[in-house]
Design a protein around this ligand. Structure first.
Ligand code: CAP
Ligand code: MG
Length: 430
């Protein structure tokens, strides 16, 4: 690699203003090249370079647009972590939005023949970028206000209607009613249910909302329902209209199959004034390999920019994810979602997948109280049915909030006792 190329695409940390650049951190494994050279391959390909020098570059291009490697640590001879600064001027934040950002910081580099592996670990955004986004309309505080849990600060209890597909609208509403009477705060469709013939969206939302209205008049409690409106982009607002017309108090979308722009389209539409629940199915295709892909932290940052009010980030213990490093990574993602991000509202982290009463304590202990704990099987699989399943989950949350050990609490709480008898005190995935 020539000194000239190194001169264009590298610099020192003191020359980098984080307000004038998007900072990307990558794990990189080059093929027969140093970690610095591997970083330069990325910086060049994703800003102004190609495989050879071209005769068409102008002074403006060479002076203003190159991305620059400004920090790197070598782990082995060919692998390490690098930081690249992409100058703001390289992007079209106003009209290009997240697609343009991703085409640059997470684009061709993944296919580069010079790199054996590359993983986008983190993105740091300057204010100039963040202020072009509206972010979540509700955030944790807004969702808590709807459910009147601001004062108690307890975790929200959610459920996913199970089986994940196949129930008709009336059957779905019956399960929703039982879960709501049992005490859940939030009910959602599963990620694979949208508008199938056996359970059309309009009839489903109207039946479920009738059931939840009944719960409201019988108990005074508000329970939220998020129908899944994941679809082709050009149909998204139509499906949102259908769901809202039938009273949906929240909407759900699968962000990776539909794209970050789907979330943003819903979040920034002035006629949609309900929280957005964001499911992350498909994420593990990118997030799971520690040496290649895109981290969940990056996905979480983009979802918050796009306007997701609730986002699945995983369980400290449950059925999904890699057990060993789960909690630590999730805690840092959840801290980002709950923390300050310029003027954007927060995003409520959702822990879902294999949750049942006996693992509630550990999840709250590791992930905190600002969490939506969702149980599908862990509610509808209760030996006495859905209502008792919801009661048992709430008993487990109460026990954790009061600092009483679960086994102790289960002694005089029948539903919890039965749940523990069925699932034991083990983790769902052991
Ligand atoms: C949970 C769930 C969620 C996964 C997603 C399911 O159901 O509905 O989609 O948890 O995982 O179908 O598995 P159960 P993540 O409560 O019955 O397990 O949030 O980690 O992406
Ligand atoms: Mg699911």
């Amino acid at each position: 690699m020539s000194d000239e190329v190194l001169g264009v695409f590298t610099t020192t940390p003191d020359k980098i203003d984080p307000e004038k650049n998007i900072i990307a951190t990558y794990y990189v494994e080059g093929r027969d090249m140093s970690i610095l050279e591997a970083g330069v391959k990325i910086a060049a390909e994703e800003s102004i370079g190609t495989w050879t020098e071209v005769t068409t570059a102008t002074e403006f291009i060479i002076k203003k647009l190159p991305a620059k490697v400004y920090e790197y640590t070598t782990e082995n001879r060919n692998s390490g972590v690098i930081k690249i600064a992409y100058p703001n001027i390289l992007f079209d934040f106003e009209t290009g939005g997240i697609p343009n950002i991703l085409s640059i910081v997470a684009g061709n580099l993944f296919g580069s023949g010079s790199l054996k592996n590359v993983r986008l670990l983190d993105l740091q955004f300057p204010h100039e970028v963040v202020r072009t986004f509206k972010g979540p309309k509700f955030g944790i505080e807004g969702v808590r206000k709807l459910l009147d849990t601001l004062k108690s600060g307890r975790p929200h209890l959610g459920t996913i209607i199970k089986p994940k597909v196949g129930l008709n609208p009336k059957e779905t509403a019956k399960v929703a009613y039982e879960a709501a009477i049992g005490g859940v705060d939030f009910i959602k469709d599963d990620e694979t249910l949208t508008n199938q013939k056996f359970c059309p969206l309009d009839a489903r939302v109207s039946s479920v909302m009738d059931a939840l209205d009944r719960v409201k008049s019988e108990t005074g409690r508000t329970v939220l329902y998020a129908p899944n409106i994941t679809t082709e982009t050009y149909r998204l607002l139509d499906l949102a209209d259908v769901a809202l017309k039938h009273g949906a108090p929240t909407l759900m979308v699968d962000v990776l199959p539909s794209g970050f722009s789907a979330v943003r389209l819903l979040a920034e539409d002035p006629s949609i004034n309900v929280p957005l629940h964001v499911h992350r199915c498909m994420h593990a295709a990118m997030t799971r390999n520690p040496e290649h892909g895109i981290s969940m932290m990056v996905i979480a940052k983009l979802v918050r920019l796009a306007g997701g009010d609730q986002l699945h980030t995983g369980t400290a213990v449950g059925k999904m994810g890699e057990k060993e490093k789960r909690a630590e990574e999730i805690v840092s993602i959840n801290d980002f979602l709950k923390g300050k991000f310029y003027n954007l509202k927060t995003t409520f982290p959702v822990a879902s997948g294999g949750i049942h009463p006996a693992i509630v304590h550990l999840n709250i202990y590791k992930l905190g109280k600002d969490i939506v704990l969702q149980a599908g099987g862990g509610i509808h699989g209760h030996p006495m049915g859905t209502r008792a399943g919801a009661i048992a989950m709430n008993q487990a949350i109460d026990a954790a909030m009061e600092g009483v050990p679960l086994e102790e609490y289960a002694k005089d709480h029948e539903e919890l006792k039965l749940a523990v008898q069925k699932w034991g005190l083990r983790f769902a995935d052991k």
